[in-house]
Design a protein around this ligand. Structure first.
Ligand code: KIV
Ligand code: NA
Length: 264
């Protein structure tokens, strides 16, 4: 099996093969995800919440994400490694180029991920022009939590849905290779997925995205407090982390996950 590329994920979209993704923060879990045949491993800035214990992703620094990305990279062989650019680390083009250089060169990432459209389109364009593979992220963008007023579903009202559709087309046009859709109504995510050439990876975005991503701690049922609606504990009923990751991958590929109860 050859190492996974954004080209391969695009082929999977055109064939209707589901893309399976999970987050990881260290080499051990990166290796487990890789061995389970996960297509894409994301070093998410959810790091700040599930590993560091902060109430948001905002405190994560470039140094920290680079350290965790490099750890994960040592565990991953086949999966595509995508690493988040932290809050304010892509606020303008020069800063984004410098942050991406570190995440790729020191962190071993193949793809950098960033949140938003609007002002971020210029950043996506600058990275894409320099042949940096980019994953965009729309819908609930956790780095905007204080503007959004909490972690809640996005794109419910007609105007917001239209804006989200326009933003999705715009990030593709700007050169994004992948798009994460977080906490958006299933029907809207399906419509966006159908309108784009690039693959969409959903989390709380219904069954019709080209792929699915879950935060590792949600998948293993070890996130403190009430689990988010879109999460499912795949370790329940399994006797190992490896079995839980395989059960998750199988459920995404068969269409069993996410079910209607996981969507909006
Ligand atoms: O940081 C993260 O884990 C993410 C995923 C939820 C998509 O961005
Ligand atoms: Na993130």
């Amino acid at each position: 099996r050859a190492a996974t590329t954004v080209t391969r994920l695009r082929e999977m979209k055109s064939r209707g093969e589901k893309i399976v993704s999970v987050t990881a923060y260290d080499a051990g879990f990166g290796a487990q995800a890789d061995a389970a045949g996960i297509d894409m491993v994301l070093v998410g800035d959810s790091l700040g919440m599930v590993v560091q214990g902060h109430p948001s992703t905002l405190p994560v620094t470039v140094d920290q994400i680079v350290y965790h990305s490099a750890c994960v990279a040592r565990g991953v062989r086949q999966a595509l490694l995508v690493t988040d650019l932290p809050f304010m680390s892509y606020r303008d083009v020069p800063t984004a180029l410098a942050s991406s250089a570190r995440v790729i060169a020191e962190g071993g990432a193949a793809v950098v991920k960033l949140e938003g459209a609007g002002w971020a389109l210029e950043v996506i364009r600058a990275l894409s022009e320099r042949d940096v593979a980019v994953c965009a992220h729309l819908g609930l963008t956790p780095q905007s939590v204080h503007k959004l007023g909490g972690y809640r579903v996005q794109g419910r009202e007609a105007a917001a849905a239209e804006q989200l559709k326009a933003d999705a087309l715009a990030v593709e046009q700007a050169g994004a290779d992948l798009l994460v859709l977080e906490c958006v109504p299933s029907a809207l995510a399906a419509e966006i997925t159908g309108s784009l050439r690039i693959p969409t990876i959903g989390i709380g975005a219904g069954p019709d995205c080209d792929g699915q991503v879950l935060v590792l701690h949600d998948l293993l049922g070890i996130t403190p407090g009430r689990p988010p609606r879109f999460a499912k504990n795949f370790l329940a009923g399994c006797d190992s982390v490896a079995a839980a990751l395989t059960a998750y991958a199988d459920a995404v590929r068969s269409g069993a996950f996410p079910g209607p109860e996981h969507g909006f």
